[in-house]
Design a protein around this ligand. Structure first.
Ligand code: MN
Ligand code: MN
Length: 316
């Protein structure tokens, strides 16, 4: 299979043509790909403001602004990896458990083809079936590490009278299912008011490293990145980027905004700090275009997607 390249912006203007992720070819078969970028347009796990189901389409649109080479690392991902836009998983919006099964089987097909998934949500519950599929396909079948950018821990037990599957619960479920090793989990950017003073106690008891935004502000990206790399080591991990980790002044288009967040520049520095880790897949979630302003949140999502793609290119 050839190395796919984005449409040349010197020949076809960025605003012309069909919108695909990074202006890459749209393929329906992941065979031969190293990384499959795909959309998961589903927000049935959302507990507050919806709209993340519209995320993939707008991130595709804004990703037309991405170019080919990372301006700091010099990484040219399309020269190292066979990457394409695999389209959206056709997830039905009504039956939550059926939707999770559809997402898992869609990602399983990507893994079976030997490609790593780089997905765009969708709300954060989409990450649970993605992790299930990656974990089943991983050669070691051992629990994975997780680097989670988020304003929220997403380790609550249930919502609205015992509903255990929401975008506030995926990582508790993944730990219970043996998919994630909580001692190799780090959550960065956590902040905002909580339901109860001990809301994060369960997560901390499991051994999850919660880096509140205040600690990040004190210590900075270099120190935090070094700690993350030490925690992850050489073992397989997954990277999940909830756009609400970014301050809503810079990324307003999301369902559960919390002020006092990461700047886009800080988030970029942190993702670059993941270079060299053994990353099996990654995602950008919770971009909600109906709450966006001028496409700024979708642009932030598209840019973080490019940052993640470059890190994936540096790990193989
Ligand atoms: Mn989240
Ligand atoms: Mn969040």
């Amino acid at each position: 299979m050839p190395f796919h390249e984005p449409v040349d912006a010197a020949l076809v203007p960025r605003f012309a043509g069909h919108a695909t992720f990074m202006r890459l070819p749209a393929l329906s078969d992941p065979t031969g790909l190293d990384v499959a970028i795909l959309g998961i347009p589903w927000d049935g796990g959302t507990t507050n403001r919806p709209g993340a189901r519209h995320g993939p389409r707008e991130v595709r649109n804004q990703s037309s602004l991405m170019r080919r080479v990372h301006h700091v690392s010099g990484t040219a991902p399309y020269e190292r990896l066979r990457v394409a836009d695999l389209g959206d998983l056709a997830v039905q919006p009504i039956d939550l458990m059926a939707a999770l099964a559809q997402i898992e089987s869609g990602i399983a097909a990507v893994c079976a083809a030997g490609a790593r998934p780089l997905s765009v949500g969708g709300d954060h519950l989409t990450t649970l079936p993605v992790l299930r599929a990656i974990h089943k396909a991983a050669p070691t079948r051992g629990p994975l590490g997780l680097v989670q950018f988020d304003a929220h821990s997403d380790t609550n037990d249930s919502y609205f009278g015992g509903n255990r599957y929401t975008h506030g619960t995926p990582f508790r479920r993944a730990i219970e299912e043996g998919i994630l090793d909580p001692r190799r989990m780090v959550q960065i950017g956590i902040r905002g008011s909580v339901y109860a003073a001990d809301e994060h106690q369960w997560a901390q008891d499991q051994g999850i490293r919660i880096i509140y935004i205040e600690e990040f502000a004190r210590r900075g990206a270099d120190q935090i990145s070094a700690e993350i790399r030490m925690l992850m080591g050489d073992a397989p991990c997954y990277v999940t980027f909830d756009i609400d980790s970014i301050d809503p002044a810079m990324a307003p288009g999301t369902g559960t905004p919390e002020i006092g967040g990461l700047t886009t520049r800080e988030a970029q520095a942190l993702v670059r700090g993941l270079s060299g880790l053994n990353i099996l897949g990654a995602d950008v979630v919770e971009v909600s275009p109906p709450f966006d302003v001028g496409g700024i949140t979708a642009l932030t999502g598209a840019t973080m997607l490019f940052e993640l793609l470059c890190v994936l290119a540096e790990t193989r």
